[in-house]
Design a protein around this ligand. Sequence first.
Ligand code: CAA
Length: 388
Amino acid sequence: MNIGIDKIGFYAPPYYVDMVELANERGDDPGKYTVGIGQEQMAVTPLSQDIVSMAVNAALQVINDTDRNKIDLVIVGTESGFDASKSAAVYVHELLGIQPHARSFEIKQACYGATAGLQMAKDYVTLHPDRAALVIGSDVARYGLATGGEVTQGGGAIAMFITANPRILTLEADATFYSRDIMDFWRPSYSEYAMVDGQYSNEQYVAFFAEVWKAYKEKTGRTLSEFEALCFHLPYTKMGKKALSQVLTETDDEKQQALMNHYQASTVLNRNVGNIYTGSLYLSLLSLLTASEALEAGDRIGLFSYGSGAVGEFFSGTLVDGYLKNLPTTKIKELFANRKQISVSQYEDIFSKVLPQDGSELTIPAEEDASPVRLVAVKEHKRFYGIG
Ligand code: CAA
């Protein structure tokens, strides 16, 4: 029985800032941002969007009424949760109108959360092939204004509908994983912003990839030549390239070129959104599938997931015949066409706005946010969402 991704949806907030403008404002060479880091636009999340509304906006692209009755698991991977107790998944379950006898919960392990959810969903559907799971990665990446990490901020959500006989990607039972307690990136619960040891996090990302890739080859006997493309967790688009470059010499020149071409295709969306943390690997997969014209059914795609702190995992999937028809290509084009560019000072203004923390009431204006679901108010420490 094949299990995997049947549908995939993506949501990004309605504003973005141009990285050349940001570099100029910060007194940096724009080449550092666009080439050295590899980012062109950065999504900016207004008060009217949070991890719940973004998760629902992404999921609304993929589920219909039949799906609502089939979903047994609603899993949200996030590392920017706003509640240390109640999960984002319970709000998402309600807002989406999913049948009540479902398990809804949140998973946290930095950017690895959605992968843990995906593997759990795959196991569940393997045992219950007539049922389905909804796995979402939703995050806002915040390091702070004018910090070293600022250029790697972003926000957005990915939603994946996991079923038997999937129409996009069949997931293989071949994952290798690796965990080690390190302090490369973390966010104490009292802090709005992530803490990061930037260069150390880069090194550890590459080292974790090397570790799980070696374990994968030993476990499966597969070689790099058997992959059409590798997708990576992309905190910024240069990062995956650093990891890929260290293994490229394991294959011939022609294959190296093909893998690099596919790598470029896998960065198109991420380059214009920024880091979306848990959803980032799956945004890269979506980018590859929508941007590359050189893929076909049966092709094997490798996926590297990395969650600081840290857990790494490598696994693969094979493309299903007709996968192109099930991609949200038009919706993605509309989403990007409807985004509004804002100036650096407007971004700073939006970034600095916070919700009340004393229980007082705030009604949040929609402004230019025409997204289907928005955070509309907070009152007595409770969040209220509006649909339509
Ligand atoms: N033109 C072209 N390239 C230039 C340039 C120019 N004018 N100026 C600099 N560069 C290049 C540098 O040579 C460097 O390239 P290499 O990495 O290939 O050597 C690149 O631009 C970045 O320059 P720096 O290393 O000097 O940049 P920095 O010290 O300001 O920090 C960063 C970069 C560490 C990524 C920082 O933005 C950061 O801390 N980001 C957050 C942490 C992060 O994203 N870590 C990634 C791994 S952890 C992870 O994956 C989990 C997660 O999601 C956070």
